[in-house]
Design a protein around this ligand. Structure first.
Ligand code: NAX
Length: 324
């Protein structure tokens, strides 16, 4: 059966890195793909060019490309939705202005998802501020379950694994149970207290000062470092992480000795305020993502988890007047 995949912001740089992999069948092996691409009206000509390139790849699984500036058309019968398009911070824009501009976009898209997507849809918010954009879309889609919504911290998770493998001189496959808590922002908490490297506790292999003063800030600030080096924000790695997130959720089975990081609608796990879109350690199975509960949390971790929660509460409160 064809999988209907909607991508917003499809003519942007993450879109450009994501669409070709989706069209090649990287999300669901051997499943025919219908791509539904949403853009703002002025970007539709650029999207025509992307469509030409997609067609020129002659991907055998790519059965249909729909380009539109209408959200309901893009989300009609969607199985999987990548909410990538968002308003970037413009000159002189305050954080609050940015939150409000995105609240308008994600309210409208939440309503369109509610009206048009399959009830079994899986949605990932990538566009920033990703967690709060997801919360806004969720609030505007009363007929969809909480479990339909997620926001991306998989790029942070992948960065955290890669940095630990590098530091300990081990292959990526030796790393287990690295996790990101909280917001996809500089308050995110990359937690190594449960992580292992080739079976040994990660924190027994690295210096505590390195973990606290180098590793944590480097993972938190990796996006800024890439902008500084490349003159543009992460695109290929972000697209790759979005694909990892959705592939594992859609039809992956997380190993019993590992976790993934995914921001989901909290139902209060680890005493986080219910309703916030908060990144947790999860395992996926049978198309569902479940928070890994009952991990012991020490004071160091608790303080960082709460600081990120506090930031998410402030973001939510800044747009509360726009929520239904
Ligand atoms: P670009 O500016 O290249 O592309 C964004 C595209 O979205 C543009 O083509 C724009 O026309 C479109 N767009 C804007 N409003 C729209 C709307 N209402 N409906 C449909 N399309 C709309 O940005 P890009 O580099 O692709 O990044 C996209 C988003 O991902 C940004 O918000 C960025 O901050 C965010 N990121 C999130 C990451 C994460 O880990 N969660 C990491 C990477 C990235 O920074």
């Amino acid at each position: 059966m064809t999988i209907n995949i909607a991508v917003t912001g499809a003519a942007g740089q993450i879109g450009y890195a994501l669409l070709f992999r989706l069209a090649s069948g990287a999300l669901a092996a051997n499943q025919p793909v219908s791509l539904r691409l949403l853009e703002v009206t002025p970007a539709l000509p650029a999207l025509d060019g992307v469509e030409m390139e997609l067609r020129d790849c002659a991907f055998p699984l790519l059965r249909e490309i729909i380009k539109t500036d209408d959200a309901e058309t893009a989300f009609a019968d969607a199985d999987v939705v990548f909410l990538v398009g968002a308003r970037p911070r413009g000159p002189g824009m305050e954080r609050k202005d940015l939150l409000e501009a995105n609240a308008a976009i994600f309210s409208a898209q939440g309503k369109a998802l509610n009206a048009a997507a399959k009830k079994t849809v899986k949605i990932i918010a990538v566009g920033n501020p990703a967690n709060t954009n997801c919360l806004i879309a969720r609030a505007n889609a009363p007929d969809l379950p909480d479990s339909a919504f997620s926001a991306m911290t998989r790029l942070d998770h992948n960065r955290a694994i890669a940095a630990l493998a590098d530091k300990t001189n081990n292959p990526l496959s030796a790393i287990r149970q690295v996790m990101i808590w909280g917001n996809h922002s500089a308050t995110q908490y990359p937690d190594l207290h449960h992580a292992s490297v080739a079976g040994a506790a990660a924190l027994s292999l690295v210096d505590e000062a390195w973990y606290q003063n180098t590793y944590i800030p480097e993972v938190q600030q990796r996006g800024a470092a890439i902008i500084k080096a490349r003159g543009a924000s992460s695109a290929a790695s972000a697209a790759s992480a979005a694909l990892d997130h959705m592939r594992d959720w859609h039809n992956g089975e997380t190993a019993a000795d590992d976790v993934l990081s995914m921001a989901i609608v909290s139902s209060g796990q680890y005493d986080i305020s219910p309703g916030l879109v908060y990144s947790y350690p999860v395992r996926t199975s049978g198309g569902a993502a479940t928070v890994v509960e009952n991990l012991p949390i020490n004071d160091f971790s608790r303080a960082r988890m709460q600081a990120s929660e506090q930031e998410l509460i402030e973001e939510r409160d800044a747009v509360r007047h726009l929520l239904p």
